[in-house]
Each structure stands twice: as structure tokens, then as C-alpha cells.
Design a protein around this ligand. Structure first.
Ligand code: HEM
Length: 515
């Protein structure tokens, strides 16, 4: 299932592992790139509001007002300016990493096409927001940005082709500057918020708040940078002087130097081409998602737990349609279903102890891997187990391949996601004669289906339904997360777990022997 791991994914997982060692999985910044970006946006917003209070929105006064903030008020205005710049740069870094991560871990195709597709223009919204920001300083760099942007605009059919000329002659300077101020201070931020809302629209339980420690650490790092290397301006903009040597911000202004070598048309072709290529990436090649989850109304009481747990917002609760005594039922939107099976783990009817039916049926099931087949496979695997300490391992198709762990005293079963595992199935395996149950899956904080790991933990600790009942022998249940690159660790964990279980067996047998 996951025998061949592509080298990009392997390298990225190793990098994440290295960060796990340094930060722990809870604070690993590579697991929080989206929320960190939101955090940097907050820093940009707060510092931006401060700057706006002192900023003069005219070509005549802009430069002097920024200089005042930078030098006269260096202890607060200067720091705010630097925070504004460095948090913007940091946001580009986290966005690019976030993008790369989704790509490297194959989280951009299939039903995730929507988040990817809408993410690409979002990146451009951020970059153009930075460009108008540099324009507003109205120093030599601002003038450079203005002239080169006018050149780019000139090639667009909607512009008459004379923007750069009019601009240099001073005719357009003030009007454009006012427009840029409006765009930067209001228009673009509003567009960005709308774009981000669309970007995460097809996901549920979207985290937008970075872990506190990570946020505080990032803010401190930005503050230190702001004090050590405060953001400054170039000389004032002068329309009679062509700006020469400039310190470009490569995060935002990287396409401008191309205009020294290429025509504006060529630069447009490159940027449009790269953008379109990125946008169609989810279909190069497309990812096949298995059949969507199916609701079995005769087993569903409409409790809605599966709808609450679905990470992709694919399940909704609606009024009952079959005349049964419950008021609600759930409905699956197949276009949004990732076929992760988490809903099967959420359904209290996915209970293998129910022997009243010949075929085990549950309220919501995966047609390609129904709960009845899972129970049958567990039965078969357990019947074949031999040895003194028998272990049942439940794995997930997106983490380490558990097939290699199979031995006469170890049975294995891989699910679509660790979150697909109903807690009662763990109890069932223990009741049916296994001595211990080891559950593995994607690393903590890194579930391929976003919430499988978290829901499993919450069900096991009694915080989320269906819970692992008190009577389940917790000493004989272990959860150990292992990505595809962590096979050796899982091997060691299995050995250690078997020893623990063997010790429990010995302890249990000792009093019996004395008696
Ligand atoms: C502009 C700034 C961006 C922000 C603040 C942002 C933020 C987020 C957040 C918070 C999530 C939800 C993560 C989760 O809860 O699992 C997300 C998901 C996603 N983002 Fe972005 N994003 C941005 C840009 C991008 C870009 C440029 C791309 C790629 C072109 C992208 C691709 C994705 C994908 C594919 C997902 C779905 C991940 C999944 O289903 O597990 N994002 N983003």
C-alpha cells in the first residue's frame, strides 16, 4: 500500500522529523504553516494600523511620514515598521512552505483540488499586497516599483498603453498613488480575507490560531530582527532620477528585475504560465478517490456524530426522510467525501459485538471496505494467531505499512485512516483472544485526513463519542504514530509493547499459580 515512497515525500518527512526533535510535535512549525501565516497576518494588521495613524497618504508627505516613524519614533514607530515588513516576509515563507508541504505529502489532489486551486490566487493576492506596500513608502524603491508596475500594466489590453509615459511625466503620479493607498489599506486586505475564506471553505474544524508558544516565539524572533536590522527607506522618490542600486525584497519584488532583460509581455507570459500550471497541478495526474461513504438509514439514528467528525465537511444532518422515529438523518455529499472512513469510526452502530445481524451493518459505511469485512478480517487474523503473547496491530494506509509486522504472534489490519477504527473494535480484538492491541497511523499532528489521529485520541480518552469504554484494559492498548519513514521505530515499539503485555500476563498468572 505504501511500499514505494517518493523521494520528495521521504525527504520532507525526514525534515519534519528533525523539527519534531527540536520543537516537539505540538509546536512543530511545519505542522502549523497555515495558522502561522494567519498569525503573521495579525502582526501585519496590528503594525499596519499603527503605521496608518502616522502615515501621510499623499506623494508630497508619504516619504517624510515614514522617515519620521523610522527615525524620530524608532522605539515604537520604527519597530512597528520593521515588524510590518518582516512579518510580511515571514508570511511568504510560511505560505511557500505550506504549499510545498501539501504538494510533497500529496495533499493537493482528489477532493483537495479546491483548496489548492483557490490557494494559488491567494498567493498572488499576498504578493500584490506587498508590492503596493513598497509603492507607498515613496522612496527610490517605491518609484522603481511604480515605474516597472506601470510598464507591466501598459501591456494589458484594458490600459491604453501609455501609463508608464504619463506616469514619468508626472501626470498620473498622484492619482495612482491614491489608488495604491486605497488598495493597500483596504481593497487588497478585504480581497485576501474573502480569498482565504473560499480557500478553506471545503474543510471543517479549520485551525486559524497558531499554538501559543509558537506564536510567542515567532513574535520574539520578529522583534529581535526588527531591533537588530530595522527596516529603512531608500532616498526620496525623484521623477527626474532613474533609481539605480536598490535593496529589493525578493519575497515580493522578485519579478521586477526580469523587466531589465525581458519585455513586459514576456514577464506576463511567465507569471501567467506558472500560475496556470500550478492551478492545474491537481490534475497532473488526477488522484482517484474511492467510492464515497454510504448512509444506511435503517442503522442510523441521525445523531450527527459523523457529520461533526468529517474533516472535509462532506456530511450534513437533515430532517428524516424515511418516517423513522428519529428527527434527523445524515446525508453524504460524494463530491466532498475523501473516502477516509473516519465516519465509520464515529458511528456508534459500527460495533462488532452486534451479533444479531448476520452481516454487521452500520449507519454509515465505506462500500469498498465495509465494517462487516473489517470484523471478518479481524476474526480470521485472530484465529490464526499463535504464541504466548498475541498482538493485533491496526494500521493506516497513509502511514507506515503494517504488513511487514505480520508474524505468527502478530496480526495486522490496515484501515483507510486511524480515525476509521471504532473503539469497540479494539475491545473486540481483546475479547476475542489477543493479548494486546497496537494502533498506529500518521504522526501526531500530521494526519493525512486531518483529524483521524485527534478523534482517535479523544475517543480513547472519553472526550468524544463513541468512547473507548472504561472496562477496556488500557494497559493492553497502545497508540504509536509512525510515518512511512518510521518503520524501524515501529518495530522497536512493537517489541517493547510485547514485553509490557507479557509482563502483564505474568503478573496475572502469578497470583493464580500461588492459589
Ligand atoms: C495565503 C495564505 C494561505 C493561508 C493563510 C492558508 C491557510 C490554510 C489553512 C489554515 C488550511 C487548513 C489546514 C488544516 O486545518 O488542515 C489550509 C489548507 C490548504 N491549503 Fe492553504 N493557505 C494559504 C495559501 C495556500 C496556497 C498558496 C496553497 C497552494 C497553492 C494552499 C494549499 C492548501 C491545501 C491543498 C489545503 C488543504 C489541506 C488539507 O486538506 O489537508 N494554501 N490552508
Amino acid at each position: 500500500m505504501n511500499a514505494r515512497v517518493n523521494p520528495i515525500k521521504r525527504s520532507y518527512l525526514l525534515l519534519e522529523d528533525w523539527f519534531n526533535v527540536s520543537f516537539g510535535s505540538g509546536w512543530n512549525p511545519l505542522y502549523h504553516l497555515g495558522t502561522l501565516t494567519f498569525f503573521f497576518f495579525w502582526v501585519v494588521l496590528v503594525s499596519g494600523i499603527y503605521l496608518f495613524v502616522f502615515f501621510d497618504t499623499s506623494t508630497a508627505g508619504a516619504y517624510a511620514s515614514v522617515e519620521y516613524l523610522t527615525h524620530e519614533q524608532w522605539y515604537i514607530g520604527g519597530v512597528m515598521r520593521s515588524l510590518h515588513r518582516y512579518a510580511s516576509d515571514a508570511a511568504v515563507i510560511t505560505i511557500l512552505l505550506h504549499m510545498f508541504r501539501e504538494f510533497a505529502l500529496d495533499r493537493y489532489r482528489g477532493i483537495r483540488w479546491f483548496s489548492w486551486f483557490t490557494g494559488v490566487p491567494t498567493l498572488w493576492f499576498v504578493i500584490t499586497l506587498g508590492i503596493t506596500g513598497y509603492w507607498l513608502v515613496w522612496d527610490e524603491l517605491g518609484l522603481y516599483v511604480a515605474i516597472y508596475s506601470a510598464q507591466l500594466m501598459d501591456t494589458l489590453p484594458v490600459v491604453s498603453g501609455s501609463m508608464a509615459r504619463d506616469f514619468l511625466s508626472g501626470q498620473l503620479t498622484d492619482r495612482l498613488f491614491t489608488l495604491m493607498a486605497f488598495l493597500h489599506l483596504l481593497g487588497q486586505p478585504v480581497l485576501l480575507v474573502i480569498a482565504l475564506w473560499i480557500h478553506v471553505k471545503r474543510l471543517s474544524h479549520v485551525e486559524v490560531t497558531a499554538p501559543r508558544g509558537l506564536a510567542i516565539g515567532s513574535l520574539l524572533a520578529l522583534l529581535v530582527l526588527s531591533l537588530l536590522a530595522p527596516a529603512t527607506s531608500h532616498g526620496p522618490a525623484d521623477l527626474d532620477k532613474v533609481p539605480m542600486v536598490l535593496n529589493l525584497d525578493w519575497f515580493y519584488l522578485n519579478i521586477y528585475p526580469l523587466l531589465d532583460k525581458w519585455t513586459a509581455g514576456q514577464v506576463w507570459m511567465l507569471t501567467t504560465g506558472v500560475t496556470l500550471l500550478l492551478m492545474i497541478l491537481p490534475w497532473l495526474p488526477p488522484k482517484k478517490t474511492g467510492p464515497a461513504a454510504e448512509v444506511h438509514l435503517d442503522q442510523c439514528n441521525g445523531c450527527g456524530q459523523c457529520a461533526q467528525d468529517c474533516p472535509f465537511d462532506a456530511i450534513t444532518v437533515q430532517a428524516r426522510s424515511d418516517g423513522a422515529r428519529w428527527p434527523s438523518e445524515v446525508v453524504v455529499n460524494p463530491d466532498q467525501c475523501a473516502a477516509c472512513g473516519i465516519c465509520v469510526g464515529s458511528c456508534h452502530s459500527s460495533n462488532p459485538f452486534r451479533r444479531s445481524q448476520k452481516t454487521l451493518e452500520t449507519g454509515i459505511d465505506m462500500p469498498q471496505y465495509p465494517i462487516d469485512e473489517i470484523r471478518n478480517r479481524v476474526d480470521t487474523a485472530l484465529a490464526q494467531l499463535a504464541g504466548n503473547t498475541k498482538i493485533m496491530v491496526f494500521g493506516c494506509n497513509n502511514a507506515v505499512d503494517v504488513a511487514a509486522l505480520q508474524t505468527p504472534d502478530t496480526a495486522v489490519l490496515s484501515l483507510f485512516c486511524a480515525g476509521m477504527l471504532p473503539p469497540t473494535l479494539v475491545e473486540y480484538a481483546l475479547k476475542q483472544g489477543t493479548d494486546g492491541v497496537l494502533i498506529t497511523g500518521c504522526r501526531s499532528g500530521d494526519c493525512y485526513y486531518r483529524y483521524g489521529n485527534i478523534w482517535l485520541d479523544q475517543r480513547f480518552s472519553g472526550l468524544r463519542k463513541p468512547i473507548l469504554r472504561q472496562r477496556a484494559e488500557r494497559d493492553r492498548i497502545r497508540v504509536f504514530r509512525a510515518a512511512v519513514t518510521d518503520a524501524a521505530r515501529l518495530d522497536r515499539e512493537l517489541v517493547a509493547f510485547r514485553e509490557t503485555v507479557a509482563a502483564l500476563d505474568s503478573a496475572r498468572e502469578a497470583p493464580n499459580a500461588q492459589a
